[in-house]
Write a protein that binds this ligand. Structure first.
Ligand code: NAD
Ligand code: UDP
Length: 339
């Protein structure tokens, strides 16, 4: 069975993808600098699957180490999750974000060229669509200006990978544009473990529910949406992880360049999320309406048809499952992997 190398594989989406790959019989090698994750997640992946994986602590910008490991491991494909992802922080530290996300990706691509590794799946984001003219968003919707350095770093790495693929037709590149990943593995053993106060909606709500945070601030209720709050396409992280397994199957067919939206095709508002989570945790969740957050858009959801047609993949988990699984993870691990 093929051997898959996961940069950033100790993180939130990477660890869930490792589980699905191991369950499907792939060999998994994780390379992560643990900047935003913990080795505990690797242990938990092994507990869930009853299988072992190979872990290396290392930075994608460490050319020597990465080259040495990739040379020794002889992997069939790379899924490139590694990167920094805090939108607000990226505005304050743009150079750090570009250096890690863009610089690191270039180093990785150079090493792949040198070692003739020909398959890469990249973690991109719906953020590359900017403020879309129409929804649902298809892959042929235009890429637009991003509103922060994090978003630009994704957009730039996409461009770099497309150019690298054009220059080297032996290279296969699949860009996966994630919508809003939420939820956790149903075992409650792995999940999202944000450092400090969460920026994203779901982990924030979850920490209000467990009593770590007092109340949720709802960023604007005057958008042109059914209840005035922002609408997003929330996708269960296990569905997302399964999308990566399908992308790996696809990339083995030498597809050249492919781009897929990974979303459900359904949009929920901030208040929909609050109410659904409230049901899952059986508590009222206090919130207050705050001003809009700079850079936010009203509505964003995917047209996931292409992934269904070409990857035979579609999201199957419901909003209830997203909330229940997040709550299960939160209550089993009130302090994340440090509990
Ligand atoms: P995460 O922070 O949990 O995982 C990223 C991992 O990369 C972490 O384990 C971190 O330690 C590691 N890492 C960071 N810089 C590294 C480096 N230089 N060398 C080696 N390892 C490094 O984030 P996630 O939510 O799992 O996201 C995975 C990928 O998906 C990221 O590229 C992210 O930008 C992208 N993405 C995430 C979302 C989301 O909402 N979670 C949405 C769209 C795209
Ligand atoms: N949001 C909110 N309060 C928060 C965090 C997020 O009201 O504390 C809203 C935000 O304005 C957006 C939605 O929740 O409409 C999803 O935000 P998130 O940051 O999770 O994802 P993104 O903005 O990247 O789609």
């Amino acid at each position: 069975m093929a051997k898959i190398f996961l940069t950033g594989g100790a993180g939130y989406i990477g660890s869930h993808t490792a589980v699905e790959l191991l369950n499907e019989g792939y060999e998994v090698v994780v390379y992560d600098n643990l900047y935003n994750s913990s080795k505990e997640s690797i242990k938990r992946v092994e507990e869930i699957t009853g299988k072992s994986l190979t872990f290396y602590e290392g930075d994608i910008r460490d050319r020597e180490k990465l080259t040495k490991i990739l040379k020794a491991e002889k992997v069939d494909a790379i899924i490139h999750f590694a990167g920094l992802k805090a939108v607000g922080e990226s505005v304050r530290k743009p150079l750090e974000y570009y250096e890690n996300n863009v610089g690191g990706s270039i180093t990785l691509l150079e090493i792949m060229n040198e070692l003739e590794i020909k398959n890469i799946v990249f973690s991109s984001s719906a953020t590359v669509y900017g403020n879309p003219d129409t929804v649902p968003i298809t892959e042929s919707s235009p890429k637009k200006d991003c509103t922060n350095p994090y978003g630009w770093s994704k957009s730039m790495v996409e461009q770099i990978m497309m150019d690298a693929q054009l220059a080297n037709p032996k290279l296969n590149v699949i860009l996966l544009r994630y919508f809003n990943p939420v939820g956790a593995h149903e075992s409650g053993k792995i999940g999202e473990d944000p450092k400090g106060i969460p920026n994203n909606l779901m982990p924030y709500i979850s920490q209000v529910a467990i009593g770590k945070l007092e109340k949720l601030g709802v960023f604007g209720n005057d958008y042109d949406t059914p209840d005035g709050t922002g609408v997003r396409d929330y996708i269960h992280v296990v569905d997302l992880a399964k999308g990566h397994v399908r992308a790996i199957k696809k990339i083995m067919e030498n597809p050249g360049l492919k781009i897929y939206n990974l979303g459900t095709g359904v949009g929920y508002s901030v208040l929909d999320m609050v109410h659904a989570f409230s049901k899952a945790c059986k508590k009222e969740l206090p919130y207050e309406i705050k001003p809009r957050r700079e850079g936010d858009i009203a509505t964003c959801y995917a047209d996931p048809t292409l992934a269904k047609e070409e990857l035979s993949w579609e999201a199957t988990k419901t909003l209830e499952e997203m909330c229940e699984d997040t709550w299960h993870w939160q209550t089993m691990n009130p302090n994340g992997y440090n509990s």
